[in-house]
Design a protein around this ligand. Structure first.
Ligand code: NAP
Length: 503
């Protein structure tokens, strides 16, 4: 640097706090530069200062940058680039050409590309690749772009602890990981710079893990709604001329909700059972599952939460039954007719048992359902050991399915055998919805008995079934704890020893 440049730099330098000017005594690894004093640059600078880093901002107008955090220094880009080895680029991609004249100062530096786009495939190449092409002498690392300025300012919480990075240089990535860790985030290295486009698309995704479960929920609700509409409302109108369309609002809804809930709960447990059988059939757990099964297993949490939502609606609809006009009218009408006709009704103990058992199993099932929902919250998962998680999600989960299925069987009781139940030769909705949970429970029972009967004479088979069940659950646990990216293809966990980094 020439003497003139040095004096220019001095006159460009603005400190945001006379007390905490970026300490020149700090080693270069403790000093970080941020280009761009906008929303993200400001929040990132603040967080870095709080973590103990010396922060130097690079700005087009160092003298008029008034809203920077106290303790930071602000310089022109060229001077700021000299002050640190690691430079965060908190500037939109459209303006990256300002970096071209700085190529000399940026040589050998680590540039962290934070940028995102407004839509997918907005540019022919990823922003990080574009940045690398503009400054070939620097080491570009894509990272931190999945965090918002807001979440950076508030600090990592359970839900947004993860940051993804990628880049060509292992050393550069290590430097970025070190900063992320010091800021309280856990960094996941996703590989080379070619992954950058995928990372840039992350923030554009709208509920990616919820898409399939939501489609299933909407599809099932619509299908069962029309099925029940035909069986309950249209059938009564056609065969008896009765208009009971008012039942759509509560009665029909209260039939659709538990049906969808039970099917979706079964869909949570079906992939685990299928996977176990697949492994037993193959005779090894060291082979990759089909993609569809991987994807299915990754959305079990969402399937379960939606199932819980439908179960909750069923509870609400059930609780309002006594205050419905139709119900009050019917009760009054029946009471009056009994009095008028001077009839007496016998107390039926069997019906009382059936009704109480039905209600009790429903309540117990719903209680466990809620417990499963609570234990899928990130903060709760983080406080559970792997064994506790496995106990709740596997043992209590299957018990929930069993209770809810039994609740539905008791609802049907002896109507399964009555021909009047099959209007227009169609079975009622609750019978249809019992098929899947019954199959899941039966398969589960077969697995359990298989495991037990093979304990003595086929240890390998038993070990496969047991260890597989645990691996599948363990995978789910890791995913929920954020040790694996949720919306990404699983690393082939069962092909080899786990390569997951634990933080
Ligand atoms: P912003 O508030 O508009 O700030 C951008 C900054 O870039 C400006 O303050 C300015 O700083 C600098 N700049 C603007 N035009 C420039 C030019 N022609 N040449 C050089 N520098 C220029 O934007 P932001 O929200 O901080 O976002 C910055 C980048 O981070 C974007 O790529 C965005 O996609 C990404 N990102 C943002 C968030 C977020 O929550 N905001 C989250 C993730 C990623 P000076 O005036 O100091 O030069």
């Amino acid at each position: 640097m020439t003497g003139q440049e040095r004096s220019e730099e001095k006159s460009e330098c603005v400190s945001m706090s006379p007390m905490m000017e970026a300490d020149p005594a700090l080693p270069e690894s403790e000093r970080v530069c941020v280009f761009g004093t906008g929303d993200l640059g400001h929040s990132l600078g603040l967080r870095l200062l709080q973590a103990g880093y010396g922060v130097v901002f690079g700005s087009r107008q160092p003298h008029s940058s008034s809203r920077l955090p106290h303790g930071a220094q602000v310089l022109g880009h060229a001077a700021a680039a000299q002050s640190a080895h690691l430079i965060f680029i908190a500037v939109q991609r459209e303006h990256y050409d300002f970096l071209v004249p700085l190529a000399n100062q940026l040589k050998g530096k680590v540039l962290v590309d934070l940028s995102n786009n407004l839509r997918k495939n907005q540019y022919p190449e990823a922003n990080a690749e574009y940045l690398q092409s503009l400054v070939p002498g620097a080491e570009v690392v894509k990272g931190f772009n999945t965090l918002s300025a807001w979440s950076l300012q508030n600090g990592p919480s359970d839900a947004n602890r993860q940051v993804y990075i990628c880049g060509e240089s292992a050393e550069a990535k290590q430097a970025v990981i070190a900063v992320a860790t010091k800021l309280g985030f856990s960094a996941l290295d996703r590989g080379s710079i070619s992954v950058a486009r995928e990372l840039e698309d992350f923030p554009l995704q709208l509920f990616p893990q919820w898409r399939l479960p939501l489609r299933i929920a909407i599809g099932l609700s619509a299908a069962f709604f029309f099925y029940l509409l035909i069986r309950d409302i249209i059938y009564a109108y056609v065969t008896q001329g009765k208009d009971i369309s008012f039942r759509i609002m509560v009665s029909l809804a209260n039939k659709v909700c538990p049906i969808v809930s039970l099917i979706m709960l079964s869909l949570c447990y079906l992939p685990g059972v299928l996977a176990s059988f697949l492994q037993l059939y193959r005779g090894t757990k060291y082979r990759r599952f089909p993609d569809w099964l991987d994807r299915w297993m990754l959305c079990r949490k969402q399937l379960g939460l939606l199932a819980l939502g439908f179960a909750f609606l069923h509870v609400l609809y059930t609780l309002i039954i006594p205050i419905r006009y139709f119900v009050r009218f019917k009760v009054t009408e029946r009471t009056v007719s009994v009095i008028r006709e001077n009839r007496t009704t016998e107390f039926d103990t069997t019906t009382a048992w059936r009704s109480d058992s039905y209600l009790s199993l429903g309540i117990l099932g719903f209680g466990l359902y809620v417990l499963l929902g609570i234990t899928s919250l990130p903060s709760v998962i983080n406080s559970l050991s792997w064994r506790e998680f496995s106990f709740v999600q596997s043992k209590l989960g299957h018990l929930t399915l069993l209770l809810c299925t039994a609740h539905t069987y008791l609802y049907g009781w002896n109507r399964f055998l009555s021909s009047s139940t099959y209007k227009w030769y169609t079975p009622p909705g609750y019978m249809l919805c019992l098929v899947l949970p019954s199959v899941v429970l039966l398969l589960k029972l077969l697995l359990i008995t298989h495991t037990h009967t093979h304990t003595q004479n086929n240890t390998l088979s038993m070990m496969t079934a047991l260890s597989l069940r645990h691996e599948l659950l363990f995978l789910c646990y890791c995913t929920l704890r954020g040790w694996l990216p949720f919306n990404h293809r699983l690393p082939c966990f069962w092909d080899q020893k786990p390569t997951i980094t634990f933080h």
